[in-house]
Design a binder for this molecule. Sequence first.
Ligand code: SF4
Ligand code: SF4
Ligand code: SF4
Length: 254
Amino acid sequence: MKAILTDVTKCIGCLECVEACKEYNHLEVDVPRNWHRTDGLSAKNWTSILRKPENHYVRKQCRHCLEPACVSACPVGALEKTASGAVIYHGEKCIGCRYCMIACPYGIPRYDWESPVPYIRKCNLCFDKIRNGQKPACIEACPTQATIFGDRNELLTEAHRRIEAEPGKYIDRVYGEHEVGGTSVLYISDIDLGFLTYPVRKNTKPLPETTSTAMHAVPFAFTGMGALMGGIYWICKRREQLKQEKQQAKEDES
Ligand code: SF4
Ligand code: SF4
Ligand code: SF4
């Protein structure tokens, strides 16, 4: 399984990865809207660079989780975890419910509000390229090799090797090795990257285990809602019927 390793200490914030992603994926120029979150991601920006104090730059993109919450939350199978590592999107199946946006622990999927037929948008790990043995566009563009691509196990070995070689430089943690069950986008860093994850979701348990309880409740919620609406309909109908009977009785008397 393929993965990306980003070394925050090597990133110079040049945005070449962001531009390469837009170019390869034919993403139009983005017009910032007030509903866009402040992390730079949008339907037309699938990766961004977060500027942090003391010249730290942190790439943000889909983490391509090993057990993706977005996949388990989607009721129609529009998102798929592939053997390559990429979590890809099948727009033709999407019904626009946006459960994936709520389920993602990293706040990644974005809704294409400006499209007449809105789709969910996010990084697909350049699936077309990687299945042909190539690297993602962002990786090819990086001038400092701050972000590299390869086999996930080999990247984990490389990440731990760098941390052990310079223990004073890095935080002793490979981000994405275990969190939410592991991800295919890994980080090593000299600053805490906790801001990339929603606070309530910081655990090593795969989120599908958590979301499945809620998802299993959906059919019952629909059934309950159906019964409620049926009850309301029956009461309204019955009231109308009684009113008509009363009216008829009055007319018969006169
Ligand atoms: S980061 Fe979010 S959108 Fe990406 S695979 Fe994980 S759950 Fe899905
Ligand atoms: S892997 Fe491809 S789609 Fe994902 S951020 Fe990099 S260039 Fe964009
Ligand atoms: S191209 Fe490389 S160095 Fe430049 S912003 Fe992206 S990850 Fe950082």
